[in-house]
Design a protein around this ligand. Structure first.
Ligand code: PPE
Length: 314
């Protein structure tokens, strides 16, 4: 990770190396933190954050699911992200807001500890590699099931939820695959360790339903919108492991991963190894995030204009 100049830390811009917490920080011990993964991308009008409002809203929803009271308004967090990109002089970068239970009392109960937020931004290339974006990646179905909605709220980006993703990802990598696909506890296809999954069969695009317990991905939502706008037949529909093997095309999508084709699953080549619909969606998505499609400009928040805080601390 290449450091940048500043990190937004509890409302203030502090030097990168000074954004520190105590080792007895509650969240470090129990995973009680809610985070986001956002990207800013270069556009003809300067860097623009993609679907910032939706990311900030999702963090608020995750916090509510976990009974975490955020000490900042949506507006403060929105301005924090925009100012951070600008003050660090960044163009294409990843933005990571995190809200966590801080140092104070030890023990499972977080309610006595103050919640603190931080937002960092740095340059982060494609999550599953540039070659993966181009030629597709190799996945395996994990023996770890995706967290069950009766165990943890799967729509919340809570750090604790990611212990599940970590287990699946490490197993996939140590078996020589690029990424893990997790099934739900009822055996439906869920998602990747950090991406949603889409399937193409006979010209129809499908993705598992939200009620399957997948993260409500913002890239997933953008891909659905792009498919609808381009006349691609789309259905939100759950499917089984065997449907992965019989697909014509499969792809993963997420803020970090963008749209990444899957070339093989469990050593089986998907379709004929080509992915024309995936490529079309990938290109449209990349054009949208880089401000090349006027119709999708509403998804962009430009970071270049300094913003004045409307109220309260920044
Ligand atoms: N599912 C999971 C489990 C997930 O973590 C992500 C994002 C998605 C789906 C896609 O969501 P969205 O980014 O809103 O389209 N994963 C983030 C974190 C990856 C990481 O290693 O950290 C991301 O892509 O930013």
């Amino acid at each position: 990770m290449k450091p940048t100049k500043k990190i937004w830390f509890d409302g203030q811009m502090v030097p990168w190396d000074e954004a520190k917490v105590h080792v007895l920080t509650h969240a470090l011990h129990y995973g009680y933190s809610i985070f986001e993964g956002i990207r800013a991308n270069s556009t003809p009008k300067g860097p623009a954050i993609f679907r910032l409002k939706e990311h900030i809203k999702r963090m608020g929803m995750g916090a509510r699911a976990y009974r975490m009271q955020l000490p900042y308004t949506e507006e403060q967090l929105t301005q924090g992200c925009l100012n951070l990109v600008r003050e660090n002089g960044l163009n294409d970068c990843y933005i990571r807001p995190i809200m966590f239970s801080s140092y104070g009392e030890m023990g499972v109960n977080p309610m006595k500890n103050k919640v603190i937020g931080a937002i960092a931004a740095w340059e982060w290339g494609s999550y599953l590699g540039d070659e993966g974006m181009e030629k597709g990646i190799r996945c395996t179905v994990s023996s770890w099931a995706r967290i069950d909605p009766r165990t943890l709220p799967p729509h919340a980006k809570c750090s604790a939820n990611y212990a599940n993703s970590i287990l699946a990802k490490m197993d996939a990598l140590s078996s020589g695959f690029d990424e893990a696909i997790m099934l739900t506890t009822s055996g439906l296809v869920g998602e990747g360790s950090g991406e949603n999954i889409f399937r193409v069969k006979d010209g129809i695009l499908t993705t598992p339903t939200k009620t399957a317990g997948v993260l409500e991905g913002i890239t997933r939502d953008s891909v659905i919108q792009i498919a609808k706008d381009n006349g691609i037949p789309f259905k939100e529909e759950d499917f089984l492991r065997e449907d992965l093997y019989s697909a014509d095309e499969l792809f993963l999508c997420g803020t970090a991963a963008n749209v990444t084709p899957i070339r093989e699953i469990d050593n089986r080549v998907i379709g004929d190894g080509k992915f024309p619909m995936t490529k079309k969606i990938q290109q449209t998505y990349l054009d949208a995030i880089h401000g090349k499609i006027p119709k999708y400009e509403a998804w962009l928040s430009y970071a270049s204009t300094p913003t004045i805080y409307s109220k309260g601390k920044p």
